[in-house]
Design a protein around this ligand. Structure first.
Ligand code: IVH
Length: 694
């Protein structure tokens, strides 16, 4: 089956696009495209590059335009749909979607096994164990091989028909050859997920737009399924695992497929038909002891998975036995969830502090009664902005549910409004800066209130902290506490002040000996000749992160060159779009900023591209690098510095412009993406070290 498809792929790719094609060739082209979708979205093992897939896809679009009568609803071009106008229709599930009973430890599982053995009167049971995916549940119906309906769980009996959105999930086939197995209609259960990396990226983009991030990938996945615009759903890249067949009918005269006698068999059955089922994760065990071991072992691997799971599901493998055991009104008696250590906890919201950042943004921070989640004590959490407080209806004195999903910053999921006793007070967002009393303002499109007073002490001190930080001028031994101390005692009031410190006065302050002052002076002096990109980053221009700062630095000879660059010129550079370009432009049109730069120059800072740091001519000159995952011995920043020292350039994402992707453990989606671009060389740390000659 596979080899002819690869051969056909090559043929299609080598065909000239304008060549005449007979309508009979459309279907084979669709088969080729479906095959590559499956390789990419289900097996995560693509055989062609993205642009080659696009080439085939465009060809199919062209042919379908020429022969609209031959378009089929399960064609790869037909996932896309127009925006929905009405609400999602409510639909009834063929079989109610029950929940699962929960267990938390080995005793609970032993208990479950004992009851299951009593019920079946068997000495030992065979179990199939698989992950409990932490997303939004869905129910899918396929009729005569076509996906005809996708619905959310709803109340378990009825859910929302979200078919147009479900069709955007590329790990779900729009058609599958059930009829070859004698199956006419089938209802399948599964879970829609957003993988951790995509979730992180999505939250980053939300925050960049000044919107609050979501608490966890589950909410992101469920929310996405309910969007009214399927084209946005398509861009979010949802994934789906299917793990249960709740109902099916056979074609007349057909017998039940052999595979559908066990749960493990159903998982295989779905996998063979092109679905992403937990084929690689599931295990079958005799008796509960090894089940318990597998559950514990999987928990230790939890953070290494690219998607979130919140436990394991243990199912009696024999489907006839399942039938015999039946269900309660709430859950099946033949299955149980083994829940991993909680990443949620409840605590009391006792206060709110309003912090003013470097850019004047006022951020409310909830003060909580300290609570431990997954080994970390949490006592304060950013609650982002006024809109967020209102949306979540947060009040002082509320009990709140908080979550720390994997390596994500803890978030408040919701306030527990039922636990209120009337003493809770609403949170009043200030209209004046809590530090300098200046009136706050808000851009119409933004959710953030800002203090516009450039001289606001809170902003001034945050700007200094940023300027000396590790990735900026990296002034060692000048920590936040000292900066604040100097600032409060009037010794330091702005960035140029760092280079005009009165060391004699500092000597009279408590905690400063001769040695520590000497050291401080040395590192401040040394910072004057830091490379230009660090300076650029240190200035704290909005949207200019480390990578962008490096890009800019490569393209200029001195900092003030930027004064004369138009937004259009800035956009010619890698990674710089209208937003970033606009922000840089605005910064360099501001007289105060120019004065600051001139002052720094007068104080002896190198604001030019130093010949030593100019990277042209290095052995890696013209080559670009990206590092992903945890490297065995090097820190990412060290590895990047090594590549740059040899003239290499660091990119922020995988694209056709990338030459080398250096991968460590848990490399994730960047690696997947890079594999599909055959001009990118993938290296291990050892290979990278060899390349740079270390
Ligand atoms: S089986 C009748 N298997 O967990 C059996 N459920 O807390 C139905 N879930 O509503 C469930 N991974 O949304 C099953 N491998 C898995 C699962 C799974 C996640 C969800 C499902 C269910 C919820 C119960």
């Amino acid at each position: 089956m596979t080899e002819p498809l690869i051969e056909q792929t090559r043929l299609w790719l080598s065909r000239s696009a304008e060549q005449n094609i007979s309508p009979a060739e459309i279907d084979p082209l669709r088969t080729v495209l479906r095959y590559h979708e499956h390789r990419y979205y289900v097996l995560h093992d693509p055989l062609i590059a993205d642009f080659e897939y696009d080439q085939l896809y465009k060809e199919l679009e062209r042919l379908e335009k020429l022969h609209p009568e031959l378009i089929r609803p399960d064609s790869p071009t037909q996932r896309v749909a127009r925006e929905l106008t009405a609400d999602f229709p409510t639909v009834r599930h063929l079989v109610p979607m029950l929940s699962l009973e929960n267990s938390y430890n080995a005793e609970d599982l032993l208990d479950f096994d004992r009851k299951a053995r009593e019920l079946t009167e068997l000495p030992q049971l065979e179990y199939c164990v698989e992950p409990k995916f932490d997303g939004g549940s869905i129910s899918l119906i396929y009729e005569n091989d076509r996906l005809t309906r996708g619905a959310t769980r709803g109340d378990g009996v009825e859910g929302d028909d979200v078919t147009p959105n479900v069709r955007q999930i590329r790990s779900l086939p729009l058609s599958a050859p059930f009829s070859e197995q004698g199956v006419q209609q089938i209802e399948i259960r599964g879970e829609v997920l957003l993988d951790k990396e995509r979730f992180r990226q999505y939250n980053e983009s939300l925050m960049e737009e000044g919107q609050p991030p979501l608490a966890n990938p589950r909410n992101a996945a469920s929310g996405t399924l309910r969007l009214k615009d399927p084209s946005i759903v398509a861009k979010r890249n949802l994934e789906a695992f299917v793990y249960h067949i709740s109902y099916y009918t056979l074609q007349p005269g057909q017998a039940t497929p052999q595979a559908l006698k066990t749960h493990g068999g159903s998982i295989q059955f779905l996998w063979d038909l092109g679905f992403r089922s937990p084929m690689r994760e599931k295990r079958v065990f005799q008796g509960i002891e090894s089940v318990i071991e597998y559950c514990h072992a999987f928990e230790t691997e939890r953070d290494k998975l690219p998607y979130e799971i919140d436990g394991m599901v243990i199912k009696v493998n024999d489907l006839a036995l399942q039938e015999q055991m039946g269900m309660t009104s709430h859950h099946p008696r033949w299955a149980i969830a083994f829940k991993f250590k909680a990443r949620q906890a409840t605590t009391k919201l006792v206060g709110v502090e309003f912090q003013v950042g470097r850019t004047g943004a006022v951020t409310p921070v909830a003060k909580l009664e300290p609570v431990a989640i997954g080994g970390v004590t949490v006592s304060s959490i950013s609650i982002h902005n006024e809109e967020y407080i209102r949306e979540k209806d947060l009040r002082l004195g509320d009990q709140v549910l908080i979550e720390r999903a994997g390596d994500v910053i803890p978030q408040i999921v919701k306030s527990l409004t039922d636990a209120r006793n009337g003493s809770e007070k609403s949170i009043v967002f200030p209209r004046n800066c809590p530090i300098c009393q200046h009136t706050l303002h808000k851009e119409p499109e933004e959710a953030v209130w800002r203090c516009g007073n450039w001289e606001c002490p809170a902003q001034a001190v945050e700007r200094i902290i940023h300027f000396v930080s590790k990735d900026a001028l990296d002034i060692r031994g000048f920590g936040e506490a000292n900066i604040r101390k100097f600032f409060e005692s009037g010794l330091l009031k702005d960035i140029p002040g760092i280079y005009q410190l009165d060391y004699e006065k500092i000597g009279t302050m408590e905690g400063f000996g001769k040695k520590s002052i000497e050291k401080l002076q040395q590192s401040i002096d040394a910072s004057k000749s830091q490379p230009l990109h660090r300076m650029l980053y240190g200035l704290g221009i909005r949207f200019v992160g480390e990578t962008t700062a490096k890009t800019i630095a490569r393209n200029i000879t001195q900092l003030l060159d930027l004064k004369d660059k138009s937004i259009e010129e800035l956009q010619q550079w890698e990674d710089i779009g209208p937003k970033v370009g606009g922000s840089i432009h605005q910064f360099f049109q501001d007289a105060g900023n120019i004065r600051l730069i001139e002052q720094l120059e007068a104080l002896g800072l190198t604001l030019k591209q130093d010949a030593k740091t100019k990277t042209e001519g290095g052995s890696l000159s013209g080559k670009s690098f990206l590092f992903t995952g945890t490297l065995p011995t090097l820190k990412r920043s060290e590895a990047e510095a090594m590549a740059e020292a040899k003239g290499g350039q660091i990119l922020s994402g995988v694209s056709a412009k990338l030459n080398y992707l250096v991968v460590g453990e848990d490399a994730g989606s960047k690696l997947e993406k890079a594999k599909k671009i055959n001009t990118i060389t993938i290296l291990s740390e050892a290979e990278f070290l060899e390349l740079i000659g270390n």
